[in-house]
Design a protein around this ligand. Sequence first.
Ligand code: PMP
Ligand code: GLU
Length: 378
Amino acid sequence: MVSVRMASIHESTTLKISAMAKKLAASGLDIIDMGVGEPDFDTPKHIVEAGCSSIRAGETRYAPTAGIPELRRAIADKLVRENSLPVTADDVVVTPGAKMAVFAAIQALIQEGDECALIGPSWVSYEPCVAFAGGSVAWGKVDDNFMPQNIAETINSKTRLIIVNSPSNPTGSVFNREVLEEIRDLAVDHNLAVISDEIYEMIIYDHEHISIGSMPGMEDRTVTINGFSKVYAMTGWRLGYLTGPKEPMKWVTRLLSHSVSQATTFVQRAGVAAMQGPQGEVASMVTEFRARRDMLVNGLKDLGIPCSVPGGAFYVFPNVSSLGGGDAFTDKLLKDALIAATPGSAFGPGGLDYVRLSYATSQSRIKEALQRIEKILR
Ligand code: PMP
Ligand code: GLU
């Protein structure tokens, strides 16, 4: 009954673990949920208010597929100001969540038999989106700090696309200018498209975020994706966006017009408020994330678990090869410590020795998690 194309995709491990953690917690178990990548903060009040007043004002009807003009303008202004991308509102397409932007961009850029290069452990949804388009993934190697090694090795005559995700989910690594220039040179030499998923751009510590699309030679080959979920704690609102060369964007819009139609109209109003309103709460959230990162990284190191220091996002990706490997240790964490985590294998073959712990949970819960881990290691 089910099409071959559908059968090519597997369940999202992150969402599966999130659902399982919620179910176990509802059954009365004291689960510490470090599984899903979802800020534990509330959406800032002025954003909520903008969404509510839009509903009250009756903005409950269809809007243009690519998004309401005010939001597309606000996004374009931001991309020019903060990311040095030479775009106008016409180049921006709003989506219900960045995930839909990722899905649509990959469908536009990959066809049967094409390959897409992913650099080291990569977010769970890229590979299924590529598989759904009829393509396959080549996994690039990374060093112990999750920096790319010999990316050129992953490129061959079938390669069409490289996905860059800096700061990275799951590793937290941030690519500096030299790394991005290397990727740029490969893309230009081999005439490849690049998707730059910048959803963790603002959640960054002591590093500079650079949009690869702003580099010379990249303007006609880069699709830049971003969203509101992480930076404004708006996961459930479902709001994201993308920008890129006119041709793929035309087809992305067409795909949206036949599938989701548009992002929810009043959610887009909330998005305008998020972009144009005060940014103080974003700064406070990032300060809090940094304190949690330090607590978790130092705590794991004190327990003898090797862990590189993430420069961004809200995940640590410690190496647990000496503790049975990622899958076994994740099971142990849940069974013996009631800690929900994501096995590194969910992020590709390079993740087998790792477990991903999300620190989008309070410092007191992180402290408790470290105590529980210490107990199971004894
Ligand atoms: N890209 C990455 C790297 C992510 O971690 C996420 C998290 N869900 C997304 C895209 C999609 O975000 P959303 O659909 O919630 O905007
Ligand atoms: N991106 C987050 C994560 O990796 C949320 C879940 C998802 O959409 O995959 O946990």
